[in-house]
Design a protein around this ligand. Structure first.
Ligand code: ATP
Ligand code: MG
Length: 561
C-alpha cells in the first residue's frame, strides 16, 4: 500500500490511518463502511461521509462496505434502500459485492446477546421505559439499579428466549447490558440492547419480534465485517466507550476502532432527516428530489455533478470542529466543474421581439458559435439568425440609468456571434404602454461580432432567432430558506422558508441546438447561468430546464435580494 498524495484540506483521519499502517495495526488493512439507516433519502451531509469512507479506502488500497443499519422496522423502507444505493453509485463509488444489512446479522447478534447473558453481562429488565428512564439518573446524579439487575443467568436466558418466542407483549421486558449504573457517562448505565417490537421488517418480515438497539448492533456489525476504521459523526463520541465495551466483553472476529468527525452543516438549508421528511410530507417541496432540496436526489435533479460534490467534500476537509459551511462554497465547486464541462448555448428567459428592418425577410443564416470559449476541442455549432429575434426584456431600457451598457434607443450593441445592431424604434401596446417590439438596424459588415473599422460597443447580448426558436419552461431556483440557520432564527423553522425559492418562466426561447437535449444534460446559458434539462419533466421538443447555479455568487453581495 502506498500513501496517497497530501491534500490541502485537513483530514485527521487520514493521518490516523497513515500511523496505523506504519505501526502495522489491523495487519496493515484499511476497511471502512458507510452505514446509512434506510429511513430517508441521503443528503449532502451524507455525501461527506460517503466520500470520506469510500475515498479513504480507495486512497489506501482498502475496501469500503455499504451497510444498511436497519434495526428500526417502523421507520425504514425499501424505497430508501434503493434510493441510497442509487445515490452512492451516482456519487461515483462502488461497494462491489459488499452490500450488507445489519438485519443479515440478527441471528448472530442474538447469539452475542446470549453470550453476554451467559457471562453475567446482560440481564432482562421488566421495568417499563418510563421507570428505566427515571432510574437512569442524570448528568449530575448517578443512576439507580433496577430490582431485576441481579436475576440469575438461567432466569435471564429463559426470559430472553421467551422474549424472542413472542410470549410477551411489546415493552414488557428489555435486555440490558450490565455495566455500571453509576458511570459518569450515562451511555454506560446499563443501556438497553434488545426490545420487543412487533413490527414487520422490510427484509426479515415477521421473523423477529425482538430487535437489537443501534449501539449494540453497530460495533458488532463492524467487527463481523472486519472493519478497521469505523468513522462516524461527533454525536457518537460519548458512545465510543460503549462501542468498545461490547467488543471487549465478547469474542468477535475482529477489533474495529471508532473515530468521530464533525458533521457537515450548510447554511440556508436543513440537513436533518426529520426536517427533510417534514418538508416533503408538509408539501413545502415537490418531493425528495425537489431541486431545492439538499438531498442527493434533489441536487442531482438541480444539475449538480458528482465531480462537484466530491471536490466540495475534499475542500471542506475532515476535522473535529463543528462549523457551518457557506452554501457558496458548494456552489463554487459546482460552477467550477460546470464552467469546464458545460457547453455554451443561448436562451432567452423573458423574451421581447426585435425586428431587424434592414435584414432580408425570409432569410435564415447559420452563424458559427464556439461551444466553449476556452476549449476548442468541444467544437462549434451553427446558430440560426433571422430578421426577427428575441432578446431579454431587461436588456433594453428606454430611459437607462448611467452605467447601463445594453440596448437603448439610438445605441449600438453586439449580438453574440452575430452582428452589431442599433435600436431605431420602440413599439408599444397602446392600451398598457408595454413594449411589444423593438425595431433595429444591423450592420452587415460586423458579421461574427466585430466591426472592420474598429469601432467598439459596450454591450454584448444573447439572443435567439424567432423562426428557429424552441419554446421551453425554465425554473429558477434559489436558497430554500431566507436565513442561514432556520433552526436558530427564532419561531417556527418553516416560517423561514424562502417564498421566492422557485420561479417558473414559461414561454422561454432556446436556440434549436437544445431540441435534442437529453434529460439531465447540462449547459451554460450565456450570461444567465448553468442549467440542466429536468430529469422528470423535460420532453424532446418541450424542454424544461432547471437553473443549477448562477454564473457568479450573487448572495455574497446582496444576501439574496
Ligand atoms: P440525520 O441526523 O439527518 O437523521 P443520520 O446521521 O441519522 O442523519 P444515518 O443514515 O445514520 O443518518 O447516517 C449515515 C452516516 O452518515 C452516519 O455515519 C452519519 O454519521 C453520517 N452523516 C449523517 N449526517 C451527516 C452530516 N451532516 N455530515 C457528515 N456525515 C453525516
Ligand atoms: Mg444515524
Amino acid at each position: 500500500m502506498t500513501a496517497p498524495e497530501q491534500t490541502a484540506a485537513p483530514n485527521f483521519i487520514r493521518r490516523i490511518i497513515e500511523d496505523d499502517l506504519r505501526a502495522g495495526t489491523h495487519g496493515g488493512r484499511v476497511h471502512t463502511r458507510f452505514p446509512p439507516e434506510p429511513n430517508g433519502y441521503l443528503h449532502i451531509g451524507h455525501a461527506k461521509s460517503i466520500c470520506l469512507n469510500f475515498g479513504l479506502a480507495a486512497d489506501f488500497g482498502g475496501l469500503c462496505n455499504l451497510r444498511f443499519d436497519d434495526t428500526n422496522p417502523e421507520t425504514e423502507d425499501v424505497e430508501y434502500v434503493e434510493s441510497i444505493q442509487n445515490d452512492v453509485r451516482w456519487l461515483g463509488f462502488d461497494w462491489q459485492e459488499r452490500l450488507f444489512f445489519a438485519s443479515d446479522y440478527f441471528e448472530r447478534l442474538h447469539d452475542y446477546a446470549v453470550e453476554l447473558i451467559r457471562r453475567g453481562k446482560a440481564y432482562v429488565d421488566s421495568l417499563n421505559a418510563e421507570e428505566i428512564r427515571t432510574l437512569r439518573g442524570s448528568l449530575t446524579e448517578p443512576g439507580k439499579e433496577s430490582p431485576h439487575r441481579n436475576r440469575s443467568v438461567e432466569e435471564n436466558l429463559d426470559l430472553f428466549a421467551r422474549m424472542r418466542a413472542g410470549e410477551f407483549p411489546d415493552g414488557a421486558h428489555v435486555l440490558r447490558a450490565r455495566i455500571d449504573m453509576a458511570a459518569p457517562n450515562v451511555n454506560l448505565r446499563d443501556p438497553v440492547i434488545y426490545r420487543i417490537r412487533r413490527a414487520t421488517h422490510h427484509r426479515t418480515g415477521d421473523k423477529w419480534c425482538i430487535y437489537p438497539m443501534y449501539d449494540f448492533t453497530h460495533g458488532l456489525s463492524d467487527a463481523i465485517e472486519h472493519i478497521t476504521h469505523s468513522i462516524c459523526t461527533l454525536e457518537f463520541e460519548d458512545h465510543r466507550p460503549l462501542y468498545d465495551w461490547f467488543l471487549d466483553n465478547l469474542t468477535t472476529p475482529s477489533r474495529p476502532r471508532q473515530y468521530e468527525f464533525a458533521r457537515l452543516n450548510l447554511d440556508y438549508t436543513v440537513l436533518s432527516k426529520r426536517r427533510l421528511i417534514a418538508l416533503v410530507e408538509g408539501g413545502h417541496v415537490t418531493g425528495w428530489d425537489d431541486p431545492r432540496m439538499p438531498t442527493l436526489a434533489g441536487i442531482r435533479r438541480r444539475g449538480y455533478t458528482p465531480e462537484a460534490i466530491r471536490d466540495f467534500c475534499e475542500r471542506i476537509g475532515v476535522t473535529k470542529n463543528d462549523t457551518c459551511i457557506d452554501f457558496a462554497v458548494l456552489e463554487n465547486s459546482v460552477r467550477e466543474h460546470l464552467g469546464h464541462v458545460a457547453p455554451r448555448v443561448m436562451a432567452v428567459l423573458d423574451p421581447v421581439k426585435v425586428v431587424i428592418e434592414n435584414y432580408p425577410a425570409g432569410q435564415l443564416e447559420q452563424l458559427p458559435a464556439a461551444n466553449h470559449p476556452q476549449r476548442p476541442e468541444l467544437g462549434s455549432r451553427a446558430v440560426p439568425f433571422a430578421r426577427e429575434i428575441f432578446i431579454e426584456r431587461e436588456d433594453f431600457m428606454e430611459d437607462p440609468p448611467k452605467g447601463f451598457h445594453r440596448l437603448v434607443p439610438g445605441r449600438e450593441v453586439r449580438l453574440r456571434y452575430a452582428y452589431f445592431i442599433k435600436c431605431i424604434g420602440v413599439v408599444k401596446d397602446p392600451a398598457s404602454g408595454a413594449i411589444t417590439e423593438l425595431r433595429c438596424a444591423y450592420d452587415p459588415a460586423t458579421r461574427g461580432g466585430d466591426a472592420p473599422d474598429g469601432r467598439k460597443v459596450k454591450g454584448t447580448l444573447h439572443w435567439v432567432a424567432a423562426p428557429a426558436a424552441l419554446d421551453a419552461e425554465v425554473r429558477l431556483y434559489d436558497r430554500l430558506f431566507r436565513v442561514p440557520d432556520p433552526d436558530a432564527a427564532g419561531g417556527d423553522w418553516l416560517g423561514h422558508l424562502n417564498p421566492e425559492s422557485a420561479k417558473v418562466f414559461t414561454g422561454c426561447k432556446l436556440e434549436p441546438a437544445l431540441r435534442a437535449a437529453a434529460a439531465g444534460s447540462r449547459y451554460q446559458f450565456e450570461r444567465l447561468g448553468y442549467f440542466c434539462a429536468d430529469a422528470a419533466d423535460s420532453r424532446p421538443g418541450a424542454p424544461v430546464f432547471n437553473r443549477t447555479a448562477t454564473l457568479k455568487d450573487s448572495w455574497a453581495k446582496t444576501g439574496g435580494r
